[in-house]
Design a protein around this ligand. Structure first.
Ligand code: THU
Length: 137
């Protein structure tokens, strides 16, 4: 799946809302649902650093709060102002795994437009999921 130009505009726009006074590292996320609805995500930091929430997770939390369900999602675009696109932290990968099909594309971008395309499974191979919980003996 190719990344659409409007998705890149969307993720740049989402990043503009980042609240990152401590790290100054602004991250944008743009979640595209199968029905075409989109959700913005940005990192929201806190003076108690550990209470910071990442851009990717704010996008999913917004979508779920609006009534969307796991597997309602078509693609995720992430952006940072870095030399090469940076990739999601471990906690975000676990949340992406929970919410998305393993073959869903995730586009890692930087603000100048470099794009790296990966799937959910590429980002978290052999990831833990609800399926493991069903497999208990
Ligand atoms: N951050 C994200 O928003 N997503 C990630 O996957 C990695 C890190 C944010 C958290 C914090 O506000 C800043 O980037 C520096 O870690």
């Amino acid at each position: 799946m190719a990344m659409e130009k409007q998705w890149f505009e969307g993720v740049l726009n989402a990043r503009n809302n980042a609240y990152a006074p401590y790290s100054k590292f602004k991250v944008g996320a743009y979640l595209i649902c199968k029905d075409g609805t989109t959700f913005n995500g940005c990192n929201v930091e806190n003076a108690a650093y550990g209470d910071t929430i990442c851009a990717e997770r704010t996008a999913f939390v917004s979508a779920i709060a609006a009534g969307y369900k796991p597997c309602d999602f078509k693609a995720l675009v992430i952006t940072t102002d870095t030399e090469t696109p940076s990739s999601p932290c471990g906690s975000c990968r676990q949340v992406i795994k929970e919410m998305c099909e393993d073959d869903m594309p995730v586009f890692l971008t930087n603000v100048r437009g470099d794009v790296i395309e990966r799937t959910v499974d590429d980002l978290l191979p052999l990831g833990f999921s609800g399926r493991d919980l069903e497999d208990v003996k």
